[in-house]
Design a protein around this ligand. Structure first.
Ligand code: NAG
Length: 454
């Protein structure tokens, strides 16, 4: 594991040393080779590995793999826009992305909870730098501020809990605690306790009502920021909940009932909100919130099936929403607008791009051959087991999701072809490769879903 960390860190050196002309080709190639190396390492280790520094098990391995897979894709996605900037800014950008990659990878793979907490919070710094330095509009500062304040708000209770835990048990290694069931924190108000110490994770996911920072951050971030935010940073929250779930007493669902209600309402409300968006990127951000609330609901049920469902959902959403942001970015780079109504009619001049849109939209509405279907299916099955009414509400979500996905397709692809669209330059190989590399893993995973089962 240390080897992988060093391999990723070596990209920093390449960034500094390569001449201007080869900067993007070198760093992209290197990140691809490091990503493949990491994947091979994960397979080689059989997804179970732990010592006092690192832990790779069935919770962290899939997410760490997703992190490794997405980094070269962010490099591919951001080069056309950034290569127009001054060379030093380009180097800074790559260095900051690599730094972000390192912190998230370490957060996923470190075994000590305090270190996890530190990297979890540290990932905020490069994210904020990327959003506020490379965002396109003035409001990026506001977005950065929202991001920082929301994260810090959640950090305090979590830190108190961790320190208290350490003071009581002298250890923060979950691998040790799993074997000792007596090491569970007891409290008189388990539901409230659950919500308070999970606040940091719920904000990161984000749960409905705590999600206001997300659409802002997504809309203002450059493409790599959006991809990493949707692909891996949101998953840090889900990972935190799953990881610490062994440490607290088994919560009864009637104690966390209000949170469950918020999550289920959040799934529906954000899916409906998507139907009212005019901005493509904020629509995708809203749909992320809707999907992540499914994860919150699943972790609240806390049965093996729902945990598996949450896990698969996170992986599937990481690939799907990252692909959606790439698609949004391809039209943004050509037209410099995110307003959907001005992007109409592109199916007539970009038929191949339409097929990418269609495939990714199918993933988003969880059509069977895709991996998101497995996740949604597991979550809905475990919800049905809990309460048929909750199941009905989430089934309604399927309809809303389909509705807004079709709305996106309709608004951005179909319709008459306006004159300003006719002059756009065609898709290039880089963009097709980028989308291909998003789409393929989601299909391949369905052939071997036990890779990402909990
Ligand atoms: C990130 O960018 C900032 C300013 O753009 C720079 O000062 C800093 O050194 C960069 N961080 C890394 C890790 O390169």
């Amino acid at each position: 594991m240390l080897m992988i960390i060093f391999a990723w860190a070596s990209i920093l050196i390449t960034t500094i040393l390569t001449p201007k002309k080869y900067l993007w080709s070198f760093t992209t190639t290197q990140s691809f080779s490091v990503a493949f190396m990491s994947l091979i390492w994960f397979f080689y280790q059989d997804f179970t590995f732990s010592n006092q520094f690192f832990i790779i098990d069935n919770i962290s391995a899939p997410l760490a793999m997703l992190t490794c897979w997405l980094f070269p894709l962010t490099m591919l996605a951001s080069q056309s826009k950034l290569s127009l900037e001054p060379i030093n800014r380009q180097r800074m950008y790559i260095a900051n992305s690599t730094f972000l990659q390192l912190t998230t990878l370490l957060a996923f793979s470190t075994s000590d909870l305090m270190l996890f907490f530190i990297f979890f919070e540290a990932s905020l710094i490069p994210t904020m730098i990327i959003i506020t330095r490379w965002g396109a509009q003035e409001r990026r500062l506001e977005a950065g501020m929202y991001l920082a304040f929301y994260t810090m708000l959640g950090a305090v209770p979590l830190m108190i809990w961790l320190i208290k835990f350490y003071a009581t048990y002298d250890s923060l290694l979950p691998s040790l605690m799993q074997t000792m069931s007596i090491m569970q924190t007891n409290s008189n108000y388990p539901g409230l306790f659950w919500a308070t110490y999970n606040m940091a994770f719920l904000i990161k996911l984000p749960m409905y009502c705590l999600h206001l920072w997300l659409p802002k951050a997504h809309v203002e971030a450059p493409i790599a920021g959006s991809m990493v935010l949707a692909g891996t940073l949101l998953k840090l929250g889900g990972y935190g909940i799953l990881r610490t779930s062994v440490l607290i007493q088994n919560i009864m669902l009637n104690q966390t009932f209000p949170i469950m209600i918020i999550a289920i309402l959040g799934i529906l409300a954000t899916a409906l909100l998507c139907l009212r968006q005019t901005d493509l990127k904020s629509l995708i951000a809203m749909s992320s919130v809707s999907h992540m609330n499914l994860v919150v609901a699943a972790t609240l049920i806390s049965s093996p099936w729902s945990y598996s469902g949450a896990m698969i959902m996170m992986i599937a959403h990481g690939l799907t929403s990252s692909a959606l942001f790439c698609l949004a970015n391809t039209s943004y780079e050509r037209t410099n607008t995110r307003t959907m109504i001005t992007l109409r009619g592109t199916i007539l001049i970009f038929p191949l791009a339409w097929s990418w849109w269609l495939i990714v939209a199918m993933y988003n509405i969880a059509l069977p051959p895709s991996i998101s279907f497995a996740g949604e299916f597991l979550i809905m099955a475990s919800l049905f087991n809990w309460s048929p009414i909750a199941f009905l509400a989430v089934a309604l979500n399927l309809i809303f999701t389909t509705a807004y996905t079709l709305y996106v397709l309709w608004a951005t692809q179909r319709g008459p072809l306006p004159n300003h669209i006719k002059l756009l330059y065609p898709f290039n190989i880089r963009e097709h490769t980028l989308l291909f590399l998003h789409v393929v893993p989601a299909v391949l995973l369905i052939a071997k879903p036990d890779l990402i089962l909990f």
